[in-house]
Design a protein around this ligand. Structure first.
Ligand code: FA5
Length: 354
């Protein structure tokens, strides 16, 4: 070797310090890589010293080899750290520049994908309420949890009357309370609230312990209607129901009236609508009969008026109980009632824009 041992070792230490200084001003990965190559690359300053060891003495090899290896390791390690640091900075800069509020974007996306709106039953309920309130009817509410008196007794269905079996009831353990099986309970509550003449409708959920099929749910919706005045006749009842149906369907729909038995009306009727799913040809919804039972109705039984403390020598009344879910099915040609309450947004969101 042309230089002595001390001179070479000093050179190595100088390179080491020089590298540390120069690294401070390397601001990009390329600059770091260039710097690393300058010292420990194929022809780097440290590498050249190591290559020159071939002609060195054993002692020089040991001493210079040790120092140059330490210097090389230090340069490689510091280059690695610097590159990692620059990589981090780059990621942070990218994140900073392309910052996205994920929750904001999600809310936009969900708004676009799933426009909010009312449930079809709520929509039809409000429509029916609007039609009746425009004709002077009040809107009444009633509780889901009812007692035997309001659901049966005051509707002329005494205990042990076979008509109790017409509606399968969810009873509470005390056997005097139940989930109302129909909105006719609101008739009883209406008579407690008003003195005649009066007219009101009462919408809401009802509950029946029964098996479901294409036209039967065990939780569904009805809207009760009741009018009490002097000289009420079946003609008044038909008049209001026809207005209702023509307003809802905005077209002529075929209906038929047939006798129907309900202990709280006399005479009692069933108003059926020609099935709008199959056009009367027969399908699962109309049970292949072509007609769908929609609005049972009739003149209020005198016993019911008496329970309501109404003077039957002066007043008469009519009442009806419209199935709201069936009305939704007819209006929007839905062939299975179970779709309406299945909670499937793909189904429900179709009504959002209506
Ligand atoms: C009644 O509930 C009587 N309270 C209606 C009434 C009121 C009659 C006033 C006379 C005077 P019904 O059980 O038939 O009647 O039910 C009335 C309507 O609710 C039916 O015509 C039908 O449209 C709907 N409905 C009945 N059961 C179900 C069910 N399981 N699922 C969906 N809709 C039903």
């Amino acid at each position: 070797m042309s230089e002595n041992l001390q001179e070479v070792v000093a050179k190595i230490l100088k390179y080491s310090e020089q590298f540390v200084l120069e690294l401070k001003s390397a601001n990009t990965k390329a600059q770091v890589l260039d710097l690393k190559a300058k010292y420990v690359g194929k022809d780097g300053l440290v590498t050249v010293i190591m290559k020159g060891l071939k002609s060195a003495t054993v002692e020089e090899k040991r001493e210079i080899g040790k120092k140059s290896n330490e210097c090389k390791d230090q340069i490689e390690q510091m280059s690695k750290n610097a590159l990692e640091e620059l990589e981090h900075q780059e990621i942070n800069r990218t994140l900073e520049e392309n910052w996205i509020d994920i929750s904001f974007r999600d809310s936009i996306r969900s708004k676009a994908a799933c426009t909010s709106g009312y449930h079809p039953v709520t929509m039809i309920q409000r429509e029916v309420e609007d039609i009746f309130s425009s004709m002077g009817f009040d809107i009444l509410d009633g509780p889901y949890l009812e007692d035997d008196y309001h659901n049966f007794e005051a509707l002329n269905i005494p205990k042990d009357h076979p008509a109790r079996d017409m509606q399968d009831t969810f009873w509470f353990k005390d056997m005097t309370h139940l989930l109302r099986t129909h909105t006719s309970t609101i008739q009883v509550r209406g008579m407690e609230k008003y003195t005649p003449p009066f007219k009101f409708v009462g919408p809401g959920k009802v509950f029946r312990c029964e098996r479901t099929d294409a036209s039967h749910e065990f939780v569904f919706h009805q809207i009760e209607g009741m009018m009490v005045d002097k000289d009420i006749s079946v003609a008044n009842l038909i008049y209001f129901l026809k207005i209702l149906l023509s307003e809802i369907f905005k077209k002529d729909v075929e209906v038929r009236l047939r006798p129907g038995f309900f202990p709280f009306v006399e005479p009692g009727f069933e108003m059926d609508i020609k099935c709008l799913i199959c056009g009367g040809k027969g399908c699962a919804v109309c049970k292949y009969g072509g007609w769908v039972e929609l609005v049972p109705c009739g003149l209020v039984h005198p016993n019911v008026l008496k329970y309501g403390k109404i003077d039957t020598s002066i007043y008469k009344g009519f009442a009806f109980g419209l199935g709201l879910d069936r009305l939704v099915m007819m209006k929007y040609a839905i062939d299975d009632i179970r779709l309406i309450h299945a909670g499937d947004l793909r189904f429900i969101s179709q009504f959002a824009s209506i």
